[in-house]
Write a protein that binds this ligand. Sequence first.
Ligand code: ZN
Length: 428
Amino acid sequence: MTAAPPAGAPDVPEADDHLRRLPDGTVKQINPFTGTEVWTVPRRGNRPLTGAPAPHLRLDPADAGRHCAFCSGNLLQTPPEKLRRVRDDDGTWRDLRGVTASHLGDTIAEFRVIPNLFEIVSLDYWRHNHGFALPETELERRRAYLADPAGREHVLRLIGLHRPADLLTGGDEAIIADSLMGGFHDVIVARRHHVDGARCDDELASTSTLSVVEHEQFVDVTLQAMRDLFAANPSIRNVVAFQNWLRPAGASFDHLHKQLVGIDEFGRWRNSEVERLRADPQLFTRFGIEFAQSRDLVVATTEHAVAFAGFGHRYPTLEVWSRRGDADPWNLQPQELADMSALLHACHEVSGPSVPCNEEWHYRPPTLDLPMPLRICLKWRISTPAGFEGGSRIYVNTIDPWGVRDRARAAIAQAAEAGRIAPQIRVA
Ligand SMILES: [Zn+2]
């Protein structure tokens, strides 16, 4: 005698290795792209997503703009910026490059692209392993930044705090050659630390608190910065794009930002995905949107993108897929980009500002000749893999895909009713 599946869960054939529900309700999953093996055991999924409540302390108005190194009042605590996106009074957005230290306060940066002070891969890695040399135009930009007295003071102060002392004795050419003045690990920082009018420190400006328009610009400027990295260094084969929200998800600051890291290989994980794709050119069709539809996992759609509950992930995951299978992400048409952004923004409504989460962006790197759609996974970091996972390589995820789906449909429908998400979204 088999137990009935929970209400709303479709009858999944047991022969399907990738996503199957056992008679007791356990859901066994194997990620078709990564091979990651995951079990969800029943009766663990209805717990609230958040753990202990965050501290709730009154904000001191004197600290405005200075809560962390990414804040708008601390622009000199991060390296010289590469690019900023500003919004004019008439609502148009534009990019400024090469703003010197003396002019940082002339405009309000809605988003800034800055080098990561603690880069994973330094410029020397590219020099010594790939013979990389900074082009003359880039050297000129760096020299000009140092020629501005405010720029020199900015850079020397950062070196004093974060670099070995011999960099200061090496002269200007050593300084401009350092990753601190620009490498291939960038951070894209949003303007606000707290929401406008916040009174307490837990009112953080998260992805879901951005407006629909702001979020679209955040996605667009991230793609712009990604394209810049590929263009700046031909040895970059892959730019890893991600967002860590809150410390349990790996963020250094509770200030909204994304990161881009250029690397010289796909990595084992992507390589295995490429192998699977070569063996099965229909991989993304069979296990992407169509599969989600056939298993009733879709949570919301737009004309050009689909959001669904993912399976075979270590953490409960929502996935947003572009319906186009072949585009470089920065070549999406404006409406395709708007639709992707709208669904990603809506998916952040489900977990809200207080749940630690990661975004992982997956796309076809320009050096790959196979079609691969842009897709973004949003993972809720609500559990910690432990000894069982280490010993078995089977991950225990606390909410099964249909549980994620139900929470997501309800939250997105509520956000739609409140007018907080893009109007083109249709809740499944
Ligand atoms: Zn901040």
